[in-house]
Write a protein that binds this ligand. Sequence first.
Ligand SMILES: [Zn+2]
Length: 371
Amino acid sequence: MGKNNRNSGNQNNSSKNRSQRRLALAVLLVLLLGFFWFMSTDNHTVKDFRDRYFMKHSDTAEENSGEGEEQASDGAGSGSTAETDGTATSTDGSENVAELDSSALPEYNGEHYVTVNGNVPVFPDDVYGRAGLVNDGSTWKTEGSKAGKIDSGKLTPYEYYGELDGLGRCTVAYGCLGEETMPAEGTERGDISRIHPSGWAKAQNWERCHLIAWALSDENANERNLVTGTHYLNHDGMRPLEEEVEHYIWNTGNHVLYMSRPLFSGNELIPRGVQMTVWSCEDQGKGMSFNVYCFNVTPGAEINYVNGVVTTEEQAQQEPRLYVVNKRSGVFHYPTCEGAQSIYKKNRMEVTATRKELTDQGYVPCGYCEP
Ligand SMILES: [Zn+2]
């Protein structure tokens, strides 16, 4: 009897223990799930709170904003980062550089851009001057206007495209943009394929990237307005910002000072990035104000900014194989390419190597057979 009692007492105890353990596990699970939801949800209130809370812990904040940007770049969410947060603040929390020095440009950090000068726009005097703006102590005004007042009617909309430099590279594009500078409704964008911006390499997935978007400037096949850019720069970095400006102009009828400037490292022909500086005039920057440097990169790929050769991770891992090199032009082909078969004997070299070994030696993949 005693034995039985003790046994049943043990059973009671152990089943009590078990249910307590189960309860503890369930609570833990709920807490964990809640935590994961909190860390990953897109609910705006939660997201704002999360971003604010983790701002102090820069590592986590960076991870969060990185996630946000990925989501922003895939289709429907495009531009949402900027739209939901409002222009002037959309870039808050991004890494900042005091100024852009072409000898020490910021390294790609996983985000589409870094802010420059604390995200505060600064333009050369000419940008203001051509628009008809005069300095009014601490603010700007249109000539003949009251202090601190910018009158739409007294502004001069314009666009300026700087001359190409000695290496054939774009220098700068700026203007005072408004409805006047935009293409008329129903205008079709023309063909720009005849322009080969500096560093352009065929079949490397480069895009012709407008310094000032066609939708803002009605300026299309202008060699002073097109740089060699990655899809990431063109579509994910610059376009959401350009769309914001476009919407702002349509919604308000106001004007913006706009400057877009490619930054090259040394004598390279492809820019490492493009600086975009925008300031809305009539409301003194309240509606639109940002100063950012967008990276001209493809995440995961290696870019040669001199000859435009892009090496994807997959290509970098390729096994050695037979290629035909034209020693004179420096172009290499698959042996089956017509281009390989017509190489003059003296210039022809067959080599077993990896694609990367060849591009590292300065050889450029053929634009037709795309080795
Ligand atoms: Zn070829």
